[in-house]
Every structure is written in C-alpha cells, then in structure tokens.
Design a protein around this ligand. Structure first.
Ligand SMILES: Cc1ncc(COP(=O)(O)O)c(C=O)c1O
Ligand SMILES: N[C@@H](CCCC[NH3+])C(=O)O
Length: 436
C-alpha cells in the first residue's frame, strides 16, 4: 500500500489543513504552528513544558451553552467525572449548568468551586457511607440510588425528605465499547427493568420516610452515536413511569453523546437528539396518559473532549522492522484510553513541516501496549520535536495515573490570547508526600 493510499484509511490527511471538528473552536495553522485559544502551541510548550494539556475555555463554554440552547426545557448536568477540576466546574456554574458527582472526592472539588448544592446530583453504583454523608452534609439536591443496600443505608442516614432518583437499567444496547456500555442487562449499574428490580426499588424508596422519590435516571453508555438508542430508552422509561403508578417529576437520560477523535468521525447530532427525544417523550406520555416529566441530561465528553489538546515532546525515534516508533514524554499515565478501549487519536507535529510518513506514537511506560496513536509525521521526526494530539479534554486528566511514578501533566486554560494553569504540574514532592 502506498502512503497516499494509507493515509485516508487511517483517517489522516496529506494536506497541511486542520482536521475538521477535532480541535478547539478557532484553532488554526500559522505557518507550521498551531494556534489554540489565540496562542501558538509551540509557545505554550516552551512556557509550560511538556507533556501538557491545553484546554480552550471558549470551546468548553460554547459546548455547554449549545446543550442549554438545544434543550431549553431540560436541566443540563455536567458529568463532573469527565474533567474533574474546580475551575471547569466554575465555568459550568456560570453557564447555568448543574453538576453530577460520583464520589465525596468529586463533591470536594465542587465545594471548592463553590458550586451550589441545589444544582448537584450524586450518583455511582457504590457510594460509601462517607460519600453519602458528604452529600447529605453539603445538601446535594438529588442522590441517584443504585442498589437496595443503598436505599436502606441512605434512608437511615437522611433526616428529612432527601430527594432521590432511581437508576434504572433499561436494557438498551447503545452500540459502544463493552467497557462503557451501561444500559444493557446483566451488569453492575442500576436496577433492571426486565427483572422487575426497578419497580421494586420504587416501592422500597416509598417505604423510607426520610426519602422523597423525584425521578428516574438511566445512562445507556458513553460515546453513543445513535439518537435512536435514546429514543428507545425514552419509550422504555415512560412505560415504567406508567406502570409504577407514582408521579415522576424528573426523567434523567444520562449522558454519553459522542465526540469525534478522528477526522472520519462526526459530532453528535445534538439538535436532532433534542427534537426526536422531545417528540418521543411527548408522544409516549400522551399515549400512557402520564404527565410529561422534566428531562435531565448529563453530558461530559461532548462538552470537554474537543476543547483539549495534549502537547508532547518527542524523546526518541526508533525504526523497527516494519514501523517507525516515535516515543514521547507522556503515555498511558496521561492517556490510558488506547490501552483501555482501543481508542484512536490523530496527531500532528507542530513548528515545522516535512515530507510525511506513517509513524506509531508510543509512550514512555514499561508496557508494549503503551501506544498513543498511529499517525503521519515528517519523515525526519526527531528528539525535541513537539506533537499535538487533539480531543484529549475528556477522561484524560480524570483517568491519569502515576504509573512508573511519572508526574501528571498540568492543564493550561487558554482564552483569547491568555494562558493560565488551572491544574499545576505534579511534582516529585507530591509523589513523595504519600509515602510513609
Ligand atoms: C451516570 C453518568 N452520567 C453521565 C456520564 C457522562 O457520560 P459522557 O461523558 O459520555 O457524556 C457518565 C459516564 O459515562 C455516567 O456514568
Ligand atoms: N472512561 C471512559 C468513559 C466512561 C464514562 C463514565 N461513565 C472513556 O474514557 O471513554
């Protein structure tokens, strides 16, 4: 296969143009440099070091706003796990979004951000008593219960009228990676519709005088591409609402809206989603003669993924039997997604051009599976070059580890020509602090 044939097949362009949809809004080329948030990426790498995650504030805000505009009748709840960071939570609060947290730790970040408790939802298939106590103490508005054990435990801990939702497993296949498909039967999340556990949970909550059932919740998975999966979910959830005979004020459809990682992938059809889900909900509620509940949605990835770009420095280049390996100063400790889900990323060299050749970008960790991307880079790529990888705003900082005792990168917010760290680079002192 010639290079010209190979490039389109791996989603790469031979043209010196930016791949559409992958980069933060307004990102453009200036010569061989990439300008993000009004600042050349080579300058960001020189000033803040590498690896470094750049986050474009305007892109985050505009994606958050797009949800509010598409679904003005809904409560839009940012999935805090996708980018746990007090400053990002503040942006969400300013944009009028609510926030979901799934642990006392995420709640602590929300408290630091001053996020209003009445706009916080807590969920998670395991909430320890510490998680529940922290939620009650801060007064989070709704807790999404996920097991019979939790209903009993929360019932005993809560004192008066704690609002709860019940997490339902609707049995919908969202056609996503198995590790992030959470709507199908026979798994750890939620109460199954099929087995009758969901109906039983509604009765159990009603038996707890300290709890008040306000809604049903579901989340069919992440990186979901098809609106039809949500429509089917709505049908099943409204059927449950009709069967349970209890007034359900809120219906939380979760998050999961896909984001593009490769030039061949498209963005989620948000306005199509709004129209079709609204239509299905109204139709099904009329059919079953139940009041239309208020919709909640919980986008995470679709708000932050394409606002993030990771900058790496090339440390070594090796020519294998069939491949050229370009080894960088990060890897699976800042991006475990390729190893976890076979996730694919685009990559480009910034600061200079050159004749392109296929390369395998690998990390610095002690695993052969620490591969970040298959891409095309100038044939003379060498140590010291800077690479930029788009679509790294969601579940990167969140999933980062200290594997090989590598310090985690900072997050640098950029906005209109101004750059400022909102998460600082981890240091060896940070690492050593935990050891006794
Ligand atoms: C309950 C719940 N809500 C929302 C989300 C956010 O999902 P995404 O980032 O795919 O929008 C998740 C993660 O998949 C989740 O578990
Ligand atoms: N960690 C997953 C998403 C999980 C969504 C949370 N329920 C990813 O990076 O794709």
């Amino acid at each position: 296969m010639t290079l010209a044939e190979l490039l389109p097949s791996i989603g790469c362009s031979t043209e010196p143009v930016l791949e559409e949809g992958l980069w933060p809004d307004g990102t453009h080329l200036s010569g061989a440099d990439l300008v993000i948030g009004g600042i050349p990426a080579t300058r960001l790498a020189a000033r803040f070091g590498t690896p470094c995650q750049v986050l474009d504030e305007a892109t985050v805000r505009s994606r958050a706003r797009a949800f509010a505009i598409a679904l003005p009748e809904a409560e839009v709840v940012f999935a805090g796990k996708s980018l746990p960071c007090p400053e990002v939570y503040r942006w969400m609060a300013q944009e009028g979004l609510s926030l979901d947290v799934s642990s006392a730790g995420e709640l602590a970040l929300a408290r630091t951000a001053g996020f209003p408790a009445k706009r916080i939802v807590m969920h998670g298939n395991v909430k320890t008593s510490e998680d529940l106590k922290a939620a009650l103490e801060y007064g989070v508005s709704r807790i999404v219960v996920d097991s019979f054990d939790e209903i009993a435990q929360l019932g005993a801990l809560a004192t008066h009228g704690q609002e709860v939702m019940i997490r339902v497993t609707p049995g919908v296949d969202a056609h996503t990676h198995a590790a992030i498909a959470t709507g199908v039967e026979d798994q750890k999340f939620g109460f199954s519709l099929k087995t009758g556990a969901a109906l039983e949970a509604i009765l159990r909550v009603a038996e707890q005088p300290s709890l008040r059932l306000v809604g049903l919740h579901c989340h069919i998975g992440s990186q979901v591409r098809h609106v039809a999966s949500y429509e089917e979910t709505v049908r099943r959830m409204v059927d449950l609402i009709a069967k349970c005979g209890v007034r359900i004020e809120q219906l939380d459809l979760g998050g999961g809206f896909c984001a593009p990682y490769l030039p061949t992938e498209s963005t989620f059809d948000l306005f199509g989603f709004a129209q079709r889900v609204r239509g299905t909900l109204n139709y099904e509620c009329a059919l079953h003669r139940v009041p239309v509940p208020r919709i909640l949605i919980e986008p995470g990835r679709s708000i932050v993924a394409n606002a993030g770009v990771t900058l790496y420095r090339v440390c070594a280049v090796k020519h294998g039997e069939n491949r050229t390996f370009v080894a960088v100063d990060g890897g699976m400790s800042d991006n475990p997604r390729p190893a976890l889900y076979g996730a694919k990323y685009a990559v480009r060299l910034i600061g200079r051009g050159g004749k392109l050749q296929p390369c395998t970008v690998v990390g610095r960790h002690c695993e052969a599976g620490d591969v970040l991307a298959e891409g095309v880079l100038p044939a003379d790529v060498h140590a010291g070059d800077v690479l930029a990888m788009p679509a790294t705003g969601a579940y990167h900082h969140a999933l980062a580890s200290n594997y090989n005792q590598v310090c985690r990168p900072p997050i640098i917010a950029v906005n209109d020509g101004v750059a400022r760290p909102i998460v600082r680079r981890e240091t060896e002192e940070d690492l050593l602090r935990r050891y006794l």
